[in-house]
Write a protein of this length. Structure first.
Length: 257
């Protein structure tokens, strides 16, 4: 019987919990209301803030409260080109400008958007990380659904009433610069969660990892494991359909008319 391996200990939390003390808060669109469904509301970008553990900057936007004599503040994911003092408009009748929030059904095909909703009113699910964006592909007026292309390249159909921010998420090109040294990686992951440095399984003892042990650092057996493997064995290529280098050219069939 071996030890409880790292993959098992991660599920329990403990030392593997995320460092959230310096986080600014959840970045979401405004809660859907009557004003957004039937017109638009105007907000003012108060400041652009850094969020610890997040690559994209956030924008603090203040709106007039719909029913009380006060302002309501929201944390938006900042689109590229957003600046302090900028007015942003949210609603079906808002104009097509960077930083504004509109239903995807009101945008022309080919529009670049970010922070896209999956379900109407969920306040943003897709294309939220720095430099990412989704593209409006087509609209189906009969079913009131819109087809979008996600940052992964996958195409998805969502209700046309789902909202999205116009533009690309700010902070793009972040991963173009290499970390160069271990100290930079240390500070990067200290703000996120305890998952660095990563010790290879083959560098461990047999008691610590299924890949450990042996007179040379080698696995000694196939690294593919079953989907139903017990937790202490479930490391490597889990339920792999194929392994190895992808060779040859990829055949792309365009089924869309």
């Amino acid at each position: 019987m071996g030890r409880v391996i790292r993959a098992q200990r991660k599920g329990r939390g403990g030392i593997f919990k995320a460092n959230t003390h310096h986080r600014q808060g959840a970045a979401k669109l405004r809660p859907m209301d009557y004003a957004e469904r039937n017109g638009y509301v105007r907000g003012l970008v108060k400041e652009i803030v850094h969020d610890a553990g997040r690559g994209a900057p956030l924008a603090r936007v203040s709106f007039r409260h719909a029913y009380k004599a006060k302002t309501s503040k929201q944390l938006f994911i900042a689109a590229e080109g957003t600046y302090t003092g900028q007015f942003v408009y949210c609603g079906t009748k808002a104009e097509l400008a960077i930083g504004n929030v509109l239903p995807v059904g009101n945008m022309p095909e080919g529009t670049i958007v970010c922070n896209v909703e999956l379900i109407v009113g969920d306040r943003g699910r897709f294309a939220r990380t720095s430099g990412n964006y989704a593209t409006i592909i087509s609209h189906n007026r009969d079913t009131r659904r819109t087809r979008i292309k996600l940052p992964s390249g996958a195409k998805k159909t969502i209700p046309s009433a789902c909202r999205a921010t116009i533009g690309v998420v700010a902070g793009g090109g972040r991963i173009d610069k290499p970390l160069l040294k271990a100290g930079n990686a240390f500070h990067k992951y200290r703000a996120k969660t305890n998952r660095w440095p990563v010790v290879r399984g083959v560098a461990m003892n047999p008691v610590d990892h299924p890949h450990g042990g042996g007179n040379h650092q080698h696995v000694g057996h196939s690294t593919c494991v079953s989907r139903s493997a017990p937790p202490g064995k479930k490391v490597g290529l889990i339920a792999a359909r194929r392994t190895g280098r992808i060779r040859g050219t990829k055949q792309v069939y365009n089924t869309e008319k």
